[in-house]
Write a protein that binds this ligand. Structure first.
Ligand code: HAM
Length: 422
């Protein structure tokens, strides 16, 4: 039996790869405008990094990591997300010491989570994310959100909803934590085993539980917004004000807690409509304790990530198409053995001149070669037979107008180039 692709992964075939490249170009362009520079980190990291970075009690760490031992006995994990790796690199490369703070970084690449595959949820998915490290200014929280919205907007998406919340600072969180424990403790026996463990390890995670989400105590759980101290309230107010000033609409959802442990203050998600059960297109927030948790100096950070897979589903739902150039500049139709030897040389000259060109490689007759030229969307077809070869010329046909002319072999490349530039 033929071997099949692993569950939860996908092949991206050429036509779709064109869409991916378009999206990736847009991502790079938006990062240029907001001045985020690219960082590339390894696809696997020490398992410890995610245990400490993402958080031991999260679903990601407990159930979803691809963890393996290498031949040297080290525990490594395929990265389930990008933030922990970026922060590790920031600390390891002492980027905090660079005068150019904040460090504004972006990344794009595959992430791996062992999740139940469904539309919009795969085991290998591609995140585009940004991280701004070294600024506590609420204006940068708003900038990160603005970049995300701007990116989606440039791609033509309109059915978007921005949802924000504040998770407060550690002081606010610890007050809220106690309130959650008091709230859930009397009935914790009704909840799943994970939630029972979460009650003491990380009660906020209960709010994010997929199993118990309809339990009546979820709806009445104490809201973090009621436990924010003055600093956290004022920080959140400034973020909201900055969004208002930029004309970015949002909803506040006090139950938005996010699935990773490192967040505090600003948390946000962007939702799409009409592309299936999973509607979260992207998520992010502030993670002021993460740099120090991973061994660096106390440094604030904020960022977000989206997956290109979900973005594509949302684009399909809104019938957004991107340009796809299926043409080549010239196809050489060859007749006879001597011409067959000359054609690769002509192609080489044309390619060195910057032209996209091709020939037949499967022994087609002349008619078949013309058909192939048509399939490849050739703008010009050059026909080289023994006669032409002897005279040092080639017959060039403009496939749009049908006009034909004879050109010298040596000038084929420049002729086609000039014609295309006309
Ligand atoms: P996250 O919410 O876990 O956050 O993931 C961000 C985005 O990645 C999601 O909104 C979704 O678009 C996509 N995603 C996650 N899992 C899957 C999956 N199995 N299949 C397809 N897409 C998926 C983070 O990863 C944080 N590192 C974001 C961040 C950056 N926070 C601060 N900086």
């Amino acid at each position: 039996m033929a071997i099949q692709i692993p569950r939860g992964t996908q092949d991206i075939l050429p036509k779709e790869a064109n869409l991916w490249q378009f999206i990736e170009d847009q991502a790079r362009e938006i990062c240029r405008l907001y001045h985020y520079e690219e960082i590339r980190t390894p696809i696997f990291e020490a398992t410890d990094l995610f245990q400490r970075g993402v958080g031991d009690s999260t679903d990601i760490v407990q159930k979803e990591m691809y963890t393996f031992q290498d031949r040297g006995g080290r525990s490594l994990t395929l990265r389930p997300e990008g933030t922990a790796s970026v922060v590790r690199s920031y600390v390891e490369n002492k980027m905090h010491g660079e005068p150019k703070q904040p460090s504004k970084l972006f990344y794009m690449g595959p992430m791996f989570r062992y999740e139940r595959p469904q539309s919009g949820r795969t085991r290998q998915f591609t995140q585009f994310g940004i991280e701004a490290l070294g600024s506590n200014d609420p204006a940068i929280d708003a900038e990160v959100i603005a970049l995300a919205m701007h990116f989606y907007h440039n791609l033509g998406l309109r059915n978007l909803k921005l949802v924000i919340n504040s998770l407060g600072d550690p002081e606010s969180r610890s007050q809220h934590r106690q309130a959650l424990i008091d709230h859930f403790k009397p009935s914790i026996g009704d909840f799943c085993q994970d939630c029972q463990n979460r009650l003491t390890s990380n009660p906020m995670r209960i709010l994010d539980c997929k199993v118990d989400r309809d339990h009546p105590l979820m709806a009445t759980a104490p809201s973090i917004l009621d436990y924010l101290n003055d600093f956290s309230v004022s920080f959140f107010a400034k973020v909201k004000q900055a969004l208002d000033d930029m004309g970015i609409a949002y909803e506040i959802d006090p139950t938005l807690v996010r699935g990773l442990d490192y967040y505090n203050h600003t948390a946000f998600e962007i939702m799409g409509e009409g592309f299936g059960a999973i509607t979260t297109l992207s998520g992010g927030g502030r993670y002021n304790g993460l740099v120090s948790e991973l061994g660096g100096p106390e440094t604030p950070g904020i960022g977000f990530a989206l997956s290109i897979e979900r973005l594509i589903l949302a684009m399909e739902a809104e019938n957004i198409e991107v340009p796809y150039d299926e043409t080549i500049d010239c196809f050489i139709v060859t007749l006879g053995e001597d011409a067959e030897r000359k054609t690769p040389v002509l192609l080489q000259q044309m390619r060195h001149a910057g032209l996209a060109v091709d020939q037949d490689y499967v022994g087609r007759k002349v008619k078949g070669q013309f058909k192939q030229a048509d399939r490849l969307g050739a703008k010009y077809v050059a026909v080289l037979g023994e006669n032409e070869l002897q005279q040092g010329v080639i017959n060039l046909k403009d496939m749009t107008t049908g006009e034909e002319e004879t050109v010298g072999l040596e000038t084929l490349a420049t002729t086609v180039k000039n014609k295309l530039e006309e």
